[in-house]
Design a protein around this ligand. Structure first.
Ligand code: ZN
Length: 204
């Protein structure tokens, strides 16, 4: 009985995570990787829950997960968004900056932590319309931080905020939060330590 219950719970958890990922417009390959569900089942879930809903704004993304790290360094705003996502990874127990490990008891747990971190990022930036980075970019950022060959997660000495540093750049790099402050320094606050950014207009 117990193993049947466990199997049911696990299947339900996979199903719930897949719906959450579809709502964030994750790609089929990413959903498959995190939930273990087949492409066909993912397609059917999308068809049953999203496709024919009136006013459906959820799209199915196809193709490969984006992988160019330049997306996170493109402009100061992109760097602030990447830093804010990375801080949400750390705060949500998804990424350990010391060991560069992606955390989770299993893929499903990792997927749930990814959704939670991404939802925190969305909340900080005013939802989908204010977010520069999709969940696929979040997944790519996590992969890059884990690989540690192009990007590193550092803590700014001035403001204690996590920020993403370009390992291949020879220029001195400043934390993007400090860059937006008039005197080049950003206030220390408990908020910063946990989320990466306050909701001030300058941090959008
Ligand atoms: Zn700073």
């Amino acid at each position: 009985m117990r193993s049947t219950d466990d199997r049911y719970r696990s299947d339900q958890a996979r199903h719930d995570l897949a719906l959450r990922l579809i709502a964030h417009e994750a790609r089929t390959g990413t959903i498959r990787q995190l939930t273990g569900l087949s492409d066909d089942r993912i397609r059917r879930l999308f068809g049953s829950y999203f496709k024919h809903q009136p006013g459906n704004a959820v799209r199915r993304r196809r193709g490969r997960t984006p992988s160019q790290v330049s997306m996170f360094l493109k402009t100061p705003r992109h760097r602030r968004h990447a830093a804010s996502l990375a801080a949400a990874f750390v705060a949500g127990g998804l990424f350990d900056p010391e060991t560069r490990a992606v955390c989770g008891d299993c893929k499903l747990d990792t997927g749930e932590r990814l959704c939670l971190a991404y939802e925190r990022y969305l909340a900080l930036h005013g939802g989908k319309d204010g977010a520069l980075l999709t969940i696929e970019w979040a997944w790519a950022l996590l992969g890059s931080l884990q690989a540690g060959d192009e990007l590193a997660l550092d803590v700014c000495e001035q403001c204690d905020v996590h920020y993403v540093r370009d390992l291949l750049s020879i220029e001195a790099q400043q934390c993007p939060s400090c860059l937006v402050m008039p005197n080049g320094r950003c206030r220390k606050s408990r908020d910063h330590a946990h989320t990466g950014h306050t909701l001030g207009a300058g941090f959008a």
